[in-house]
Design a protein around this ligand. Sequence first.
Ligand code: HPA
Length: 267
Amino acid sequence: MLEKQLEYIRGVTDFVPEIAVVLGSGLGGLAEEIQTVCTVNYSDIPCFPVSTAPGHCGKFVFGKIENKNVVLMQGRVHLYEGYTPKQVVNPIRLMRKMGAGTLLLTNAAGGINSGFKIGDFMVITDHISSFVPSPLVGKNDDTLGVRFPDMSEVYSKRLSGIINEAAKKQNINIKSGVYLQFRGPNFETPAEIQMAKLLGADAVGMSTAIEAQAARHCGFEVCGISVISNLACGISDKPITSREVTETADRVAPDFKKLIKKAIGSF
Ligand code: HPA
């Protein structure tokens, strides 16, 4: 299936990306910053999962950012849309097959850490994926990676250091912490957030961790940034809405674009 999908992409463009970027809920605006070479709609790729979530557009954008060859995923797919774990990580594996070696994952997340404010950026230092099924279950594809991949440094310290440095240079305040993935689509209960806190999570969301697992399996160097779009349930008394999530993403978009451009330039 991956080979067929790659063949389709190669029929459209021979562009070889070095860096792959997944744009989370409401963060797709980075696509305006790229010198676009071409775009490919997910719906045109054979057997490819198509995003249905709000704030997720559904296309690959190929082009240059800071003189680097980049492929952006404007919109991802999630487990809560009913896709299998394998389908959810299909785009990650395809971008690896296209030639990318560096992966930046972004998302909107609920803040658990009491030091976090709405609108903060958080460099992901590690994740907890134990509440979602692994995308690596089933027969191993040895052409992608090994059966039992190491997960001791999923998020590259080198790339995270570059992101922190890029933030500093632009006077952008940046936090760091552990991301925990729940399946969704419902937001969590206060008890679930207390559990997540107890387990050491600083932020929660419905994506990213399984993409990072698959990405390490197939040999990507990975990094991640969360935008704290809201305080997680029970951390604030206010009910959570997806509108709040996209509104925060829109509000911080200018700084987010600046940060990512600068970081990509130094990757
Ligand atoms: N919980 C889960 N996913 C999220 C949240 C949240 O509070 N905010 C944005 N995505």
